[in-house]
Design a protein around this ligand. Structure first.
Ligand code: ZN
Ligand code: ZN
Length: 336
């Protein structure tokens, strides 16, 4: 019982916003409402499209009861308590519910050649936009203006929209890893963090660049050097067979050498694809291993409260021999 939109999209090609996919030995059935039945028939092949009667989950439950399913697997992270209750009630006592986490996400984590091609294009588009955004930075401009321009430029270049809310953070706000853009104006001698991603042909990209407006003090230059070195070490570690946690450690150990590890407050990266955060998770303690076809971000950072932050992020694909950085923007330290 596939209840997560990116999962059924991956399995069938259906891009509608509401539905449940039932995958069984007897065949594959998509239950959806009247807004999406025509679209579902157009977008899928070999999938039976069924119009839901009443509530979606009650309707799916009744279908399962009608088919006399003995066991139904579902992803507990992709259903609310209320949805599961409706499903269970309608399916009746004949069905056994089995929690199955990560089954479709594991398939999605391995990109085929056509998905990689799409992700390359999305990454190149985001790289172009981040360079344009850097070109727009001048004292007096507001975070919100840059964010608006970023999303406008993305769409002009063909993206269907941003993959997540664009981060534009000036000065001390750059110390917040997920700062939302505000009306704050850019001053002189400030750090700027730009983190943006585009959706192109349903696939996400994600890139971060940090620049300095003015003449950077020695301390900031050292932070930048450390983050760049940590990123290079982690990119180097992105190899077929490398542990997810080992990639994280490559970045973290480098920052430790610079005595900056305590300012690195998040994990090194995440998988990227139909969603902007998916498997693999490049974090401490993760023992799973990278395989060819994985696409991950590498985004170490240093955040000093009240002062500012630095993050450098690129998208990297794992190949049988080595890796491929999909994003294209220069990573040298830029002073404007
Ligand atoms: Zn990002
Ligand atoms: Zn990211």
């Amino acid at each position: 019982v596939v209840t997560h939109a990116p999962d059924w999209h991956y399995l069938t090609g259906f891009t509608g916003e509401s539905g449940v996919l039932l995958v069984a030995e007897r065949g594959t059935t998509l239950v959806t409402d009247g807004r999406f039945t025509v679209q579902a028939k157009e977008e899928t092949t070999g999938v039976k499209v069924v119009l839901q009667k009443g509530g979606l989950y009650a309707s799916v439950g009744e279908t399962i009861r009608g088919w006399k399913w003995k066991t139904a697997g579902f992803d507990p992270t992709q259903l609310t308590v209320a949805q599961f209750a409706a499903l269970k009630r309608a399916a009746g006592s004949g069905a056994n519910w089995k929690k199955v986490s990560g089954l479709v996400p594991a398939l999605r984590a391995v990109k085929d050649a056509s998905e990689l091609e799409q992700m390359r294009k999305a990454a190149v588009l985001a790289s172009e936009v981040v360079e344009r955004a850097i070109g727009m930075l001048k004292p007096g401009v507001r975070e919100l203006e840059i964010a608006a321009e970023v999303e406008f430029q993305m769409r002009k270049l063909g993206a269907s929209g941003p993959a997540f809310q664009t981060i534009v953070a000036f000065g001390e706000r750059a110390a917040l890893p997920h700062a939302r853009p505000t009306a704050r104006k850019l001053g002189k001698n400030e750090l700027v963090v730009l983190d943006l991603g585009a959706i192109l042909g349903h696939y996400c990209s994600d890139i971060t660049r940090t620049v300095y407006v003015g003449k950077a003090p020695q301390r900031v230059r050292r932070w930048y050097e450390a983050v760049l070195e940590a990123q290079q070490a982690a990119i180097q570690a992105v190899q077929d067979g490398a542990g997810w946690g080992e990639v994280d450690a490559a970045a973290r150990d480098t920052l430790t050498r610079f005595h900056l590890d305590r300012y690195f407050v998040h994990s090194t990266g995440h998988g990227l694809g139909l969603e902007v955060h998916e498997d693999p998770r490049l974090a401490r303690g993760q023992t799973a291993r990278l395989v060819p076809g994985n696409v991950v971000t590498i985004e170490p950072g240093v955040y000093v409260a009240g002062v500012g932050g630095i993050r450098i992020e690129d998208d990297v694909a794992v190949h049988r021999n080595g890796n491929e950085v999909l994003t294209r923007a220069p990573r040298d330290f830029i002073e404007i």
